[in-house]
Design a protein around this ligand. Sequence first.
Ligand SMILES: CC(C)(COP(=O)(O)OP(=O)(O)OC[C@H]1O[C@@H](n2cnc3c(N)ncnc32)[C@H](O)[C@@H]1OP(=O)(O)O)[C@@H](O)C(=O)NCCC(=O)NCCS
Length: 195
Amino acid sequence: MNVKPEIVLIGGGGHCHSVLDVIELEDKYNIKGIIDNNLPLNHNVLDYKVIGKDIDIPELAKDHVYFLITVGQIKSYSIRLKLAEFLKTHECKLASVVSPRAYISKYAKIGVGTVVLHNAFVNANVKIGDHCIINTGADIEHDSIIGDFCHISTGAIVNGDCIIEDGCFLGSNSTISNGKIIIKNSVIGAGNFYK
Ligand SMILES: CC(C)(COP(=O)(O)OP(=O)(O)OC[C@H]1O[C@@H](n2cnc3c(N)ncnc32)[C@H](O)[C@@H]1OP(=O)(O)O)[C@@H](O)C(=O)NCCC(=O)NCCS
């Protein structure tokens, strides 16, 4: 019998809701529950329960579950970074989650801890780092490189041959012209065209 591995999501807010939908559709993991420091135990997050707080992660890791950080990222990625360091310290297994409704070129690479949501498009020879959010309907064009801890928001477009350095936030429907470098920790506001 092929038993699916278990996954625990860290952060039970809006971004978590979107990711839950993707994980259900992907059907690769059994969702064990949600970790959230600000929600009470047994609180419902869609069809799933809050099963603990960050301090419970090391104990859960002993059961060989996979983890995915589902705290959202607008502007700062500091909470996601702290969580990633905590997971690393405790040698936790990291999941990458990709919607079956996304298109991922066979020539693209996607890092660990990264999630690609529905209808995203990841074209040939793209490299996406670790702990990124490639949100619903985002388009990453050929030969572009996305660093670690980047959030490419809903409907954002990164045209070909771009480098988006670590920790960048590209707002919803923003567009990066081809061949541009977006330096580390940049915030591109929603709807902006970076030429
Ligand atoms: C850029 C952004 C992060 C700034 O947020 P903020 O720090 O709260 O800033 P404020 O809303 O106070 O705006 C600060 C200034 O930037 C301007 N500004 C804000 N958003 C802007 C945008 N998208 N494009 C151009 N200018 C913008 C404001 O007009 C304001 O100008 P002022 O100082 O001359 O009055 C925010 O507007 C934004 O785009 N968020 C992304 C939302 C999004 O895409 N979410 C997707 C989740 S998937």
